[in-house]
Design a protein around this ligand. Structure first.
Ligand SMILES: C[C@@](CO)(OP(=O)(O)O)[C@H](O)COP(=O)(O)OP(=O)(O)OC[C@H]1O[C@@H](n2ccc(N)nc2=O)[C@H](O)[C@@H]1O
Ligand SMILES: Nc1ncnc2c1ncn2[C@@H]1O[C@H](COP(=O)(O)OP(=O)(O)O)[C@@H](O)[C@H]1O
Length: 289
């Protein structure tokens, strides 16, 4: 028995960090939305009681370090599952890029195994389990558009943002999320206005969404990797309405509504970056599988 599950990437339209918590994590407020750029996770039921990972990407671990493996392990332990699974991951989402590829693979594995192993868990229960794997996994279980609080695992659903193109440009580097959080000084940042971004989305006001994009982690990554600032500049020059780094980076995204502008930016950045994609936001939450 086989199941194919889609694992879409996310971008952070806004990311604020309020303070560092006693447990070492940071209290955040983020506006997250899934985009039409996805890994394919194929789950095959195994009679042997084991978890196997198959991945042809050299940056993706094929053992317990893989977040999809951890998702399967967690379900197995928590619900005393005696069946096994082979998890085959076809990566499209760039790795260590601020797009939550690993988290989304883990979330897809949770959703898929819930069916394959017949566990009967609700989406909320899967999201809660996901938070034990990583801070972004809960959001990825639901997908769509949301306000995420806590360390990222407290999710409030939002409607679809206004329709536009999202052009993603990933430089030739990967970024360590923990390194970026470690270097952040919360007293030295300009906080984005999360409430206004929520309003912009609720009002489907494209111009307002563009006005309120902001990410407090951007300055940290920009200092470590000046090429991210260069990509931001290029995107602005080519005519993007808003330009921001996603998550801890280094991927930069630009928003535009017109096809011609999208083509200009896409073509202008290709060759200058490792990878460039032009995608749509997936919009509101709907059943992913
Ligand atoms: C920055 C964000 C924004 O969406 O995404 P990415 O850039 O990774 O995609 C997330 O907050 C990343 O979430 P995720 O990548 O799941 O983080 P985790 O695995 O839980 O933690 C990785 C590291 O980041 C730090 N971390 C993470 C989340 C948080 N709210 N505070 C933190 O300080 C932790 O200390 C940990 O060392
Ligand atoms: N399924 C997976 N896909 C990608 N990376 C993974 C996966 N499982 C574990 N990892 C590890 O997690 C790290 C961060 O991965 P990723 O989720 O792509 O980035 P980000 O946290 O920036 O969104 C990678 O360097 C990789 O070693």
């Amino acid at each position: 028995m086989k199941l194919l599950v889609k694992a879409p990437a996310k971008i952070n339209l806004a990311l604020d960090v309020l303070y560092k918590r006693p447990d070492g994590y940071h209290e955040v407020e983020m506006i997250m939305t899934t985009i039409d750029l996805a890994d394919r996770v194929e789950l095959t039921l195994l009679n042997q009681n084991e978890i196997r990972i198959l991945s042809h990407n050299r940056y993706v671990p094929d053992d317990q370090r893989n977040l999809a493996y951890q998702a399967a392990q967690l379900l197995k332990e928590r619900f005393n599952v005696k069946k096994g699974v082979m998890i085959s991951i076809e990566k499209t989402i760039p790795v260590a890029a601020g797009l939550a590829g690993g988290s989304s693979d883990a979330a897809a594995t949770l959703r898929g195994l819930n069916k394959l192993w017949d566990l009967g868990l609700t989406l909320d229960e899967l999201a809660e389990l996901g938070s034990e794997i990583g801070s972004d996994v809960s959001f990825c279980v639901y997908g769509g558009t949301a306000l995420a609080k806590g360390r990222g695992e407290i999710i409030t659903e939002l409607p679809a943002p206004p329709t536009c193109w999202v052009i993603l440009a990933k430089p030739f580097i990967g970024v360590s999320t923990s390194e970026v959080y470690k270097r952040l000084d919360v007293n030295q940042v300009h906080h984005p206005n999360i409430a206004e971004m929520v309003d912009a989305i609720r009002q489907t006001n494209y111009q307002k969404v563009c006005d309120y994009v902001g990410n407090v982690l951007e300055d940290v990554t920009l200092k470590l990797h000046p090429e991210v600032a260069q990509i931001k500049e290029q995107m602005k020059r080519f005519g993007a309405d808003a330009v921001l780094m996603s998550g801890s980076g280094p991927t930069v995204f630009g928003l535009v509504q017109h096809d011609s502008r999208m083509h200009r930016i896409y073509n202008g950045l290709r060759g200058f970056c490792d990878q460039v994609f032009a995608v749509r936001m997936l919009g509101e939450r709907h059943l992913l599988d």
